[in-house]
Design a protein around this ligand. Structure first.
Ligand SMILES: Cc1cc2nc3c(=O)[nH]c(=O)nc-3n(C[C@H](O)[C@H](O)[C@H](O)COP(=O)(O)OP(=O)(O)OC[C@H]3O[C@@H](n4cnc5c(N)ncnc54)[C@H](O)[C@@H]3O)c2cc1C
Length: 357
């Protein structure tokens, strides 16, 4: 059986490792933080729960949310009840759960920083603790910020979003989504068990950190939230365009990218957890079957990556962030949709995953 090294123990790496270890491979997962509070909303959609029921059926703390409040750019509000809850985790808890499953399946988990990788030889190499080591296959699951991208290009500014937020020690029972005038992004408040993850995302090509910070502070003030005991975070999020998905190489002869590293994120909503876990699962299966090159086709089929033409002729198949975009579209008839939502809806015709995935 093969020796497989996974760089990154987030949802994509842990899920991939679990699959590979279950099929008898020797798997090493290297992560510099292991289970940590990665900047994130932590929200899992119904499709994630359907695909991975263990995300609901476990004793780990999580919050089930049944309602979303939408706030348009003109401050009009609409509250929606959802048939299926959004399940919200702290990322430290979610990462811990997934790593524990990987370890129980047989993965060896190490807290280490991988400094560099080299896939030019027959066997891939990785550099750790001052020495180069070899493996049979290298899985790069190191997230959106990482620079370990063999034989493919890094994401450009227009393929990334900037995000900022706070973990605020306060309670709530509804998700809030707020659109802004002339702003390519949105603000969210996701209630977790013992705090809120409140944040903002916006296109890196169109907006800057100061702009995001101002919008976020205004929202926090209007919602009467306090940042006094809150922890600030900021991170990047892939926002794939058609060329990102159709032209960027995600698998080579002895390596592959999964999750955020592969830019498998819903470009409209920023939902990434489901795509990270599913791409990790699919890559694990493809390698276990001795056919890693099948991975590209499998992820495309699973995520229903569509072309511009297909999207423009089939606007109803837009993806949804926790169902809210569908709600925005339907309420738009009687409820003034924000210019941001309109622009976001237009943007989704560039590249998107199918909501039915
Ligand atoms: C602010 C924000 C809010 C979000 N909210 C949501 C949400 O509510 N729902 C949702 O579905 N998605 C959300 N996302 C997206 C989601 O967080 C990502 O899609 C998801 O974390 C991707 O998982 P991953 O395993 O690919 O990468 P990551 O979770 O980023 O994991 C990568 C891991 O690699 C490790 N690593 C990196 N480099 C190295 C190295 N050189 N050596 C060793 N280890 C390394 C890191 O420590 C990390 O643990 C959000 C993203 C952001 C930025």
């Amino acid at each position: 059986m093969a020796e497989i090294v996974i760089v990154g123990g987030g949802p994509s790496g842990a899920m991939c490792g679990e699959q590979l270890a279950r099929s008898g491979n020797t798997v090493h997962i290297f992560d510099e933080h292991l289970a940590w509070e990665k900047p994130c909303g932590g929200g899992l959609t119904h499709k994630a729960i359907q695909r991975f029921p263990f995300l609901l059926d476990n004793p780990y703390p999580k919050k089930l949310i049944h309602s979303i409040e939408l706030i348009a750019s003109n401050e009009q509000r609409a509250k929606l009840e959802m048939r299926n809850p959004i399940v919200i985790y702290s990322r430290m808890v979610l990462n811990g759960l997934l790593l524990e499953r990987a370890q129980n399946a047989g993965c060896q988990i190490h807290r280490s920083h991988v400094v560099a990788v080299d896939t030019s030889g027959e066997k891939p190499r990785y550099s750790i603790e001052g020495e180069w080591r070899t493996a049979d296959f290298l899985v790069l699951a190191a997230g959106a910020r990482n620079q370990l991208l063999p034989e493919t290009r890094p994401l450009q500014r227009d393929e990334l979003e900037i995000t900022q937020g706070y973990f605020i020690p306060q309670a709530a029972d509804s998700i809030i989504i707020k659109f802004l005038p002339h702003f390519d992004g949105y603000i969210w408040s996701f209630p977790r068990c013992d705090h809120l993850s409140v944040g903002i995302c916006g296109s890196m090509a169109s907006h800057n950190q100061t702009e995001l910070r101002t919008h976020l502070q205004t929202f926090i003030g209007k919602q009467r939230l306090s940042t006094e005991a809150a922890r600030f975070y900021s991170h990047v999020l892939p926002s794939p365009q058609v060329p990102t998905l159709s032209q960027r190489t995600v698998v080579g002869k002895n390596w592959a990218l999964v999750g955020d590293a592969a830019a498998f994120v819903d470009p409209l909503t920023g939902e990434g957890l489901f795509y990270a876990m599913r791409s990790g699962e699919l890559l694990g299966k493809a390698i276990a079957e001795g056919n890693p090159e099948m991975y590209t086709d499998w992820v495309r089929a699973a995520f229903s990556c569509a072309s511009i033409a297909a999207r423009s002729s089939a606007p109803r198949s837009l993806p949804a962030w926790f169902n809210f975009c569908a709600a925005v579209r339907s309420s738009a008839r009687s409820w003034p949709i924000s210019s941001a939502a309109r622009r976001t809806t237009r943007r989704s015709s560039n590249a998107s995953w199918d909501i039915s995935a």
